[in-house]
Design a protein around this ligand. Sequence first.
Ligand SMILES: Cc1cc2nc3c(=O)[nH]c(=O)nc-3n(C[C@H](O)[C@H](O)[C@H](O)COP(=O)(O)O)c2cc1C
Length: 216
Amino acid sequence: MNILHVCANPKPISESASKQLAAAFFAKLVELNPDAEITNVDLYQDPPPFLSYDAIRGSWFPVYIDGYTATKEELTHLEYADLQSVVFNGADVLVLTLPMWNFSVPAILKAWIDQVFTPGRAFEVLKDKGILPKHKIQKMVLLVASGGAYKEGDERDSLTTQIESLFAWIGIRDISIAWADGQDVFLFDDSEQRKLFAREAAEELAEEVSSGIFAS
Ligand SMILES: Cc1cc2nc3c(=O)[nH]c(=O)nc-3n(C[C@H](O)[C@H](O)[C@H](O)COP(=O)(O)O)c2cc1C
């Protein structure tokens, strides 16, 4: 089973609650599945470019213009998307590690999604059938940390709504979350406790992923 781990956090693990969740998740996962194949993509080590006009033309024009073939220059602008979509399409499970920034995902993660979510990469677009996924991801895990605490449905939380809408669009609906909320120590005197609970939740998700997928 292949797990793709995309980390969108520039902080060292000692200062990052979400990275600590990831450490707990993967420690448990590897303990239960020593043979799990994990591919790590650290977006701050290998940053995605912003989608260029050439990349848009090269990926979308062949969908809408009969007989259009991407030019060499356009294909150059799609090299990052091509490389990332190979690991994306090879994964059975996708794990995203990220902080909440300005009520949403870090821009670097959105830039990665903009690259991978292009026709011919994570999906095909067919005139009569719409979006056809090329990936085989069955399960997604979000490992998130935030300064504030958000009840389900809080309209300020555009992180989970954005991720859920985007990935549902390409056929991924099974998304579980371990969330270290309340990490702002000025606002919450139980930040450490919240992080501990979230770490336990991350370990439980590793067990769930293991029993749900690896056991089959
Ligand atoms: C640029 C920036 C924007 C942030 N925006 C929010 C926010 O909108 N809502 C929130 O609850 N916390 C916000 N925070 C706080 C972080 O979510 C919090 O520090 C969290 O622990 C970050 O995850 P990490 O510990 O894994 O880095 C923000 C922090 C930074 C640096």
